[in-house]
Ligand binder design. Structure first.
Ligand code: FMN
Length: 234
C-alpha cells in the first residue's frame, strides 16, 4: 500500500480544469427508467414533462441528518417534490442510515484502479454519483459545517476522485441550523465553494434555513417552498 509520500497530489491541488467530458448517461427519461436502483418510478406525466423540455436529469441527493423527520429532511422532501414534478429522477441516500466507514487513507484505491478496500454502502452510492447529472447536499449545521455523516461520504469520493473531476455536475446545497446570526453559514459556504471549484460542480443555488432548531420551527417558514422551487428550477 502507498504511504502519504507516494500519493500523487495532482488530483487534489492542480488548478487545472478537466476536459468537459460530461456524460449525460441518463439525460432522457428512458435512461432514468432503465436504472434499476432508482428510488421511484417515473409516471407517464413525468416522461412527457421531461420530453417537453428535453432535460430530465438524474439527481443524486446525499443527506446528513440522523433525524428522519427533522428540519433538513423537510427541505430534502420538498426539493424532491419540485424536481420530480419536472420529470427529474432523484436518488436519495441518507448517510446517517447507511453503513459507510470513514476513509482509512490507505490509498489502496490508487493501486487498485479506484477500488476501495472497504465494502459498504459506498459500493452502491459511488456509481450513482459517477453517472449523475446533479448532486444535492442536504445537511443540518453541526459546529458550523456539514455533519460528520455526510462528510464521510465526501471523503469516500477519494477513490474515484480522478473520474469525478472529469465529470462536471450541477449541484445544490440545502442547510438548516438553529442559530440566527448572519455569519453562521460562512464556513459551510466556504467549504461548498471550494468543492465547486475542485470537483468541479456548477452551483444552481443553496437554501440556507437559519433559526430552525426543530421541525416545527421550519414548517411555518418559506424555506420548504424555497427548496421545492429550487427543485423545480434545476
Ligand atoms: C451536534 C450538533 C451541532 C450543532 N451545531 C450547530 C451550529 O454550529 N450552529 C447552529 O446554528 N446550529 C447547530 N446545531 C443545531 C442544528 O443545526 C439544528 O437543530 C438543525 O435544524 C437540525 O437539523 P435536522 O433536524 O435536520 O437534524 C447543532 C446540533 C447538533 C446536534
Amino acid at each position: 500500500m502507498a504511504d502519504m509520500n507516494d500519493v500523487n497530489q495532482d488530483t487534489f491541488d492542480k488548478d487545472e480544469q478537466p476536459a468537459l467530458t460530461r456524460r449525460y448517461l441518463l439525460k432522457m427519461a428512458g435512461g432514468a427508467l432503465a436504472f434499476g436502483s432508482a428510488s421511484r418510478l417515473l409516471s407517464p406525466a413525468d416522461i412527457l414533462a421531461a420530453d417537453a423540455e428535453g432535460k430530465a436529469m438524474k439527481i443524486v441527493m446525499l443527506t446528513g441528518s440522523p433525524h428522519r423527520r427533522g428540519t433538513s429532511a423537510l427541505l430534502a422532501d420538498e426539493f424532491i417534490a419540485g424536481a420530480s414534478a419536472k420529470g427529474h429522477n432523484v436518488i436519495r441516500f441518507d448517510a446517517a442510515f447507511e453503513k459507510i466507514g470513514p476513509c482509512r487513507a490507505c490509498y489502496y484505491c490508487d493501486e487498485h484502479n479506484g477500488e476501495c478496500i472497504q465494502k459498504d454502502a459506498m459500493q452502491k452510492i459511488l456509481p450513482e454519483i459517477l453517472s449523475a447529472d446533479m448532486i444535492v447536499l442536504v445537511t443540518p449545521l453541526y459546529y458550523y459545517l456539514m455533519t460528520a455523516q455526510l462528510k464521510i461520504v465526501l471523503d469516500r469520493l477519494l477513490s474515484q476522485r480522478a473520474a469525478l473531476r472529469k465529470h462536471p455536475m450541477k449541484s445544490a446545497m440545502l442547510v438548516t441550523c438553529g442559530s440566527n446570526t448572519d455569519w453562521n453559514m460562512d464556513a459551510i459556504m466556504a467549504h461548498y465553494k471550494v468543492l465547486l471549484r475542485y470537483l468541479p460542480w456548477e452551483d444552481q443555488e443553496v437554501v440556507l434555513a437559519r433559526h430552525v432548531l426543530v421541525r416545527k420551527d421550519i414548517e411555518g417558514t418559506n424555506f420548504p417552498a424555497d427548496a421545492r422551487a429550487l427543485g423545480a428550477r434545476v
